[in-house]
Structures are given as structure tokens and as C-alpha cells.
Write a protein that binds this ligand. Sequence first.
Ligand code: GDP
Length: 423
Amino acid sequence: MLTAVVGINWGDEGKGRMVDLLSAEYDVICRYQGGNNAGHTVVNERGKFILNLLPSGILRDNVVNVMGNGMVIDLEHLCGEIEALRSKGVEITPAKLKISDKAFICLPYHRQQDILEEERLAEKKYGSTRRGIAPVYGDKYMKKGLRMGDLLFPETLKDKVADILEWKNITFSGYGQEKLSTEAMVEWLKKYGEPLLPFITDTMEFLLKAKNEGKNIMFEAQLGALRDIDFGIYPYTTSSQTLAAYAPIGAGIPGVKLDRVIGIMKAYSSCVGEGPFTAELFGEEAAMLREAGAEYGAATGRPRRVGGFDIPASVYGVKLQGADTLALTKLDVLSYLDKIPVCVAYEIDGVRCEQFPVGDRLLRAKPVYEYLEGFKTDISQCRSPEELPRAALNYIKYLEEAVGCPIEYVSVGPEREDYIRMK
Ligand code: GDP
């Protein structure tokens, strides 16, 4: 069984905790895109973990975790993440973690370039996490990248770095920066690359073998459909493909087909960074929702923008992901509301619009809000549909019909067992 678990919205839907829950039935968990620009929060009997680069299956003993070729890896950050987990008693061995030799390395100058560019843009900034993600993907396509596999050949590494920096320094001098030093960069690669060497491997061979042996493989996405570089709200996207269709490519087995796509969809909206976010709420209404949902970035601590559930955007997200089934997350967060706000359509230049608009039309979109009855009770202890109040069941049914995809799981708290199986 090959399954992708992906975000329907802007990210932060709670994918990490759903992967952690669902991974019980899987033998292999793969990350297939992105870097340490987003965080998955997983809470289980071992404690609370924030994972930026490591796949969520790392917290289960019998799961093999793959970091695929579609990823960009900041070696220093990964070493830190591994250390932090080891200090909490999580064992990380080459049998449990496999890093693709074709994944790209995110270097300190990528981070630096990210910051320089955001500062140059000033009030026009993208709201980047400043972790070097756009520059490293840019370099990948300029064919000026270093890959994890390059660390296995130290004898040629220095020359490769020198060639790349000769080119990179043209950009850095444009920003008025001093020249980057080859020696310093090689030293960094050695310091943080060496501890990772035992994990670097050809993940294609590993995954094909696992598939042929009938193993269950799960592909875990970072961010959501609306952040996809091709189909998201460009340029307020991430720099990689967040869609399920890309999962086999980014993980390392491009020729296979997925059996199942599980979309993770939040019971309300949240968005980190800049760009159009039509359903956005402001003032007291937003502050209360942000507090109730603890909507602060897992990677950066930034307060997230929040809004009611956005039907046009979520319908688009479900379509982009080709979701077979959905998990609705954080329903418990809405318990405090008398009336639940839902953005049912957009209004553009005075005309009601049900479809998610493309291009600059989105910049002019205003939300059309309707209100559904609130459930006004703590549902965090509910474990079956029968235990949910009628208004909560109505809300789930309403969203299911609005987005045209069955909701199979509903989460009502951050911990592994805080969920309801709907059918
Ligand atoms: P991800 O990147 O999609 O994994 O999402 P994040 O980890 O950034 O955000 C999800 C946040 O919501 C984390 O702090 C989770 O612990 C928390 N969370 C996940 N599911 C639930 C839920 O059902 N209820 C509540 N109250 N919190 C949840």
C-alpha cells in the first residue's frame, strides 16, 4: 500500500500528528520535499517533539524513515535535530533513517542569501522563514547545487565548492557582501556532514525493494496545496511541490502509482507569512481563534494569521491533491464559539465567486461569511461520532458536502489518541 498524507490548505493542518497516528500501519515513512522551513509537532507518550527535517515515523521503533531526493537538507540543522531526539531517548540508526544521496544540501550561504533578499525587498518581502529554502532550490535548477552524495567523495568536494562559490560570489557582491570562503564552507560540510555519512544511501533501491516485498509505504508532505510552487498562490508559495502527485518522484520511486491520498484539512484556516489570505479574520475574533488553536509557527514561533474555514480554497486544495479521503483536524479548537464562521464564497469586483480564483483576481477577493451553529461544549474527550454534539456532527457533514470528499478522521486534541474514526 502506497499512501500520501498531504495538506489541503496552507500547511500547519496537523499533518505531523496524523502521520504519527497512521504510521502504526506503515513500514516506511518518506519525506519527499521541502527542508527545515516548516515544523511538524508530534505529541505522544514520549513527550512533545518538533520535527523540521526528520520524517514523523522517526518516533516509532519499527519504522524506516526516508529523506528523499526532493528534499533540501541543512546539515547543521539535521545534526541538531538528531541530537535533540537522541537526548530524549529516541534511537536513530542507519537502519532506521535513510537519506537520499540525491537530496540537496542547504548551506549557510543559502540562509544568508534568503535574509539578504528579504531585507532588500523590505515591505515587499515574501515572508520567508529565512532558512535558505528558495535559494537552495534556485541553485538546484541552476545546476549549482551540492547533493548529499557529494559528501561521500571528499577528494572532489573542495573543487566543487570552489566552482560554485566563484559563481555565488557574483550574487553576494551585488548585495555588497564579502566573498564567501571555500575553506570555511568545506569545513562546515565536513563538520556537519561526517556524522550523517552512515545514513546516506540510494533510496530508490531501498524503496523499490520495500515495495516489491509488499511493505506499506507512506509519503509525508510538508506545507499544503496552496503553497505548491506550480499550483499554489505564487509567489507566496514554497519552492517545492507539496502535491501528492509529486510524492513518488521526490521520495525516489518515480515510476510507481499511489494507492491512496489522505488529505489533512483543518477545521478553520491559518496562514504563515505574506500573500492573499481571503478568509482572514482580524481583531478580537482573530485573537481568540489564534489563542484557542495555539496558532504560532512550529519552526519560527511567528503568530499565524487565522480565519474561518475557507470553502473555495479547500475545494481547490482537495482537487489539487486528488484526495480520496480526509482527516479534519483541530475541531476541538472551535468549542468556544457561539457561531462558527465559514467563508462560503469570495466576492470579486462585486460579483460572487464560488471557485478559487487564479492570478491577480485573488488580490481583490473579499470573503463572504456565513455562520453555523456552534457546539459550545468540550469535545476533546469524544472518541466516537455518537459522542459528538449534534452541532459538531452538522459542521463535519456540512464541510464534507462542501468540499466533496469524505471525512474519515476527526481530531479533537493534539495527542495520538485524541481522534474519532467517522466510519
Ligand atoms: P503540521 O505542520 O501540518 O504537522 O502542523 P503543525 O504541527 O504546525 O500544527 C499543528 C498543531 O496543532 C500542533 O501544535 C499540534 O500539536 C496541534 N494539533 C494537532 N491536532 C490537533 C487537534 O486535533 N486539536 C488541537 N487542539 N491541537 C492539535
